[in-house]
Design a protein around this ligand. Structure first.
Ligand SMILES: [Zn+2]
Length: 582
């Protein structure tokens, strides 16, 4: 090949700097719909006096994205980096525009910890079409485009120019409109969570920092866990069932004054203790669930901590209780790592597990099996699928479709708002049925067990209020529908007597509690103690002056138990019939 031909071939490729600029323009134009809308609002909208400043905003944004891309693209890795960013940013943009969510590290943690069932719920032709058209097609074009081959000197020169130029633009604009930019960045810090691809890169950086740095050895908490004197010598096994709800917002329970009967079975249970709205520890499963089962509370919780610190379950086990985690969701996020775990779907009958995922009734089967085998004090955690969205309509059997019409799409913004709420409320009505059955099963065993149930959801949900769907907003920005979850208790008479609990006092705690109370109250309920236990957060301590010195054998008799379970024992021996009984 002649030297002239080689020179020509070299010139034929595209310069990386121009490619980066083109990708930056693509991202700004197609992936930042919610960002531009939020920015327009934050900047105060149309004002003739601030025309120049408004006009500078897209230039500033373009310079910034170009600068970021220049920093990330080097040598042979340039094209793979650009292609992955295009596809990932297309996915992020789709969810931000469709569901009004913002993207931060917690959201990335959710993505990393999701499972196939959750992914399947989110998949739709619209999502696939969008990602193919605006992510994969341009990524394929980038992959095929020949880049100009350059020597390292020419490359360095181009990199320096392509870095200095946008940096200069940013510097000049920031200096020229200093107070406007300073005020924008100070007062609207959340904008950065909507700016693609900056939000994606910041989340990836935070995630990698938290996860890839070698984890220190397990933080011991449980070593000094014990039972309160007398707790183990009562003759009758104690069983505490903690039901962890999923995506259940407190405001939608008829128990909490909602306008339609979403909790008809629990509404008529006089022995239910409704503790009202509790403040969740986070707005997504990956944060709230581990936080609930750690001793540190919301203020002390950090991402990934449950994987490197002993949880409530470790403490209970160390104190001598039998501990089981029964799963019908996407895993326990580290909380049950050292405990016995049962996948409720494993033995489930086919009609309980349609293609959309197993209904929560599979938890009842698993619970019933464990209850019959209980020989010593036991804690059972049931992890529900609850109202996990956006496919709320897949969370309940057809018989529970009480409110219609129902949104049968995961593109919630395309459905009538009422149809979204109807599907959600139907799923909530089904949770009511499952909880009612948990209590029924505990009652059926009350001749030999002292039992109690606590129900609390991990976080709430937005159902289209202010254009917002799903959950996972940063806590400070999240609406109360995402932060407030229901908290319910049911304690068998034997359990109440055991602890000397005053149920009226418990009822007076309504609306005053948070996830921070769960850890310490469970310890109180089962009569266990550990160094990190805080009595002031323990509900049973507040409402049982004698808690901590458990009183003697329960005077609750087998005869009372039989009268309570009358009419239920038949179903109780045939738990597979649960879903169709009501
Ligand atoms: Zn959740």
């Amino acid at each position: 090949m002649r030297a002239a031909d080689r020179a020509l071939q070299r010139r034929r490729g595209v310069r990386l700097a121009w490619l980066n600029l083109a990708v930056a323009l693509w991202m700004l134009a197609l992936f930042n719909g919610s960002f531009w809308a939020a920015l327009w609002q934050a900047a105060g909208g149309w004002q003739a006096a601030s025309l120049a400043w408004l006009a500078s905003l897209p230039v500033f944004a373009l310079a910034w994205v170009w600068l970021v891309l220049e920093a990330l693209t080097w040598g042979r890795l340039a094209k793979p980096v650009l292609c992955s960013l295009l596809v990932a940013a297309a996915c992020v943009a789709y969810f931000m525009d469709r569901y009004g969510v913002v993207f931060d590290r917690d959201m990335l943690v959710n993505v990393a910890e999701t499972d196939w069932a959750e992914v399947r719920d989110l998949l739709s032709p619209a999502l696939v079409g969008w990602v193919v058209l605006f992510g994969i097609v341009p990524a394929a074009a980038v992959a095929r485009l020949p880049l100009e081959r350059q020597g390292w000197r020419s490359l360095l020169l181009e990199k320096s120019t392509a870095t200095l130029l946008p940096a200069l633009v940013i510097g000049l604009l920031a200096a020229g409109f200093f107070s406007a930019y300073a005020s924008l960045f100070r007062n609207h810090r959340d904008l950065r969570l909507q700016f693609v691809p900056s939000n994606l890169l910041a989340a990836a950086h935070g995630f990698a920092k938290a996860r890839l740095i070698p984890a220190p050895s397990l933080e011991r908490v449980a070593a000094d866990a014990t039972r309160v004197a007398g707790a183990e010598r009562l003759g009758r096994p104690l069983v505490a069932v903690i039901v962890v709800g999923e995506t259940t917002r407190a405001v939608n329970l008829s128990l909490n004054g909602y306008g339609r009967a979403t909790t008809p079975a629990l509404d008529v249970r006089p022995d239910l203790i409704n503790l009202g709205r509790a403040q969740a520890c986070g707005t997504a499963t990956a944060t709230a669930l581990p936080c609930m089962f750690l001793d540190l509370g919301r203020s002390g919780y950090r991402d990934g901590l449950a994987y490197r610190r002993e949880s409530l379950l470790d403490v209970l086990r160390q104190a001598g209780l039998d501990v089981w985690w029964i799963e019908n969701n996407s895993g326990c996020k580290g909380v049950c790592d050292r405990s016995k775990v049962v996948d409720a779907a494993t033995d489930a009958v086919p009609h309980s597990c349609p293609p959309g995922g197993c209904y929560d009734e599979v938890l009842l089967d698993a619970l019933w099996q464990r209850l019959q085998a209980v020989q010593r004090d036991t804690v059972l955690v049931l992890h529900m699928k609850g109202q996990h969205g956006p496919a709320y309509y897949l969370r309940y059997p057809p018989a529970f479709e009480r409110f219609t019409p129902v949104c049968r799409s995961n593109a919630l913004d395309r459905c009538e708002p009422q149809a979204v709420v109807n599907a959600y409320d139907n799923a909530l009505g089904y949770t009511d049925h499952v909880l009612d059955w948990v209590i029924t099963l505990l009652q059926a065993q009350s001749a030999r067990l002292d039992a109690g149930m606590l129900f609390v959801a991990d976080h709430g949900e937005s159902l289209g209020e202010n254009g917002l769907f799903l959950h996972g907003m940063p806590y400070a920005l999240a609406p109360r529908e995402q932060r407030e979850v229901p908290l319910l208790a049911w304690l068998a008479p034997g359990m109440q007597q055991r602890l000397g609990l005053d149920s009226d006092c418990l009822r007076r705690q309504r609306d005053s509690l948070s996830h921070d109370n769960l850890y310490h109250s469970v310890l109180g309920l089962v009569g266990a103690r550990v160094g990190v236990y805080r009595a002031e957060a323990d509900l049973t301590k507040r409402c049982a002056p004698r808690a901590g010195q458990l009183i003697g054998p329960s005077v609750f008799t087998a005869a009372t138990a039989v009268s309570l379970s009358t009419g239920t024992s038949d179903q109780a021996t045939r738990p597979r019939a649960f879903p169709t009984q009501r």
